[in-house]
Design a protein around this ligand. Structure first.
Ligand SMILES: [Zn+2]
Length: 78
């Protein structure tokens, strides 16, 4: 059986190279940062009067990050 030139695994029709944990971790971190930034941005847009507290900002950043990481995992299927 042929072997994959990249991961040395068996090259079947459905072969997919295993993704390196470092890359996966980097992607999740990037997704979390992006989601947190989007969450911050949304709160800033809706909080024109400046009534939202720092705690609310933190919650929205964390929520945005978690949603982004969840979406990332769903899309990647990891
Ligand atoms: Zn491979």
């Amino acid at each position: 059986m042929a072997t994959c030139p990249r991961c040395k695994g068996h090259l079947t029709d459905s072969h997919k190279c295993p993704r390196r944990p470092v890359i996966v971790a980097a992607e999740i971190t990037a997704a979390g940062l992006a989601g947190g930034f989007v969450g911050l941005l949304l709160v800033a847009i809706f909080d024109q009067a400046g009534q939202i507290t720092d705690t609310d900002y933190s919650i929205s950043v964390i929520a945005g990050a978690l949603i982004a990481i969840g979406m990332h995992r769903a899309l990647r299927g990891t």
